[in-house]
Design a binder for this molecule. Structure first.
Ligand code: INI
Length: 160
């Protein structure tokens, strides 16, 4: 039996090229998710010079930017960061649903691991809780998770 399992923080990611898509809506939350993503990437040994960040207006635009990054051939993994807060909008479902579905489709169509930290919360307090400087920052989790997935896919394709 062969098991493919990795602790992303113990793998060599010095050459990993990372594309990050951020949405500007609720920017203070998304900036905190981005800070978390950078912490996660650093824990995994990713070189900052190999990281690009693209800002789009809102979560609804994330899938298109993610697809453009994914098909550019310039990245091994992507990370998507956003905040859709129910209290802020009457069309929460029309933004959050297409964003999540769209990102999932890009991941499946392109085969690129995409960390998903587009928060969908009832209020700002819940979003703040998930984007703090300590444990539980979803941006950090998404970054480490995407790297872990990349290593699993590599191992499945070419077992050592
Ligand atoms: N975009 C978000 O990222 N979060 C939200 O909470 C939000 N609300 O509340 O409406 C939101 N709307 C903007 C949307 O993503 C698009 O940018 C906009 O509709 C233009 O296409």
């Amino acid at each position: 039996m062969t098991t493919f399992s990795f602790d992303a923080t113990k793998t060599d990611n010095s050459a990993m090229r990372v594309g990050i898509v951020c949405s500007r809506f609720n920017e203070f939350i998304v900036q905190a998710l981005l800070d978390g993503a950078h912490r996660g990437l650093t824990k995994c040994g990713v070189d900052t010079k190999n990281v690009d960040v693209a800002w789009v207006p809102g979560a609804y635009e994330i899938p298109l930017a993610a697809r453009t990054m994914a098909t550019s051939g310039r990245y091994e993994i992507l990370i998507t960061l956003g905040a859709v807060i129910r209290g802020d909008t009457a069309h929460f479902e029309y933004v959050a649903g297409p964003c999540a579905d769209g990102v999932a489709r890009v991941q499946q169509d392109t085969g690129l691991p995409i960390g998903f930290a587009v928060l969908t919360t009832e209020n700002i307090a819940q979003a703040t809780e998930r984007s703090g400087p300590g444990a539980g920052n979803k941006g950090e989790e998404a970054a480490i998770g995407a790297i872990e997935t990349w290593h699993v896919l590599q191992a499945i394709r070419a077992p050592k």
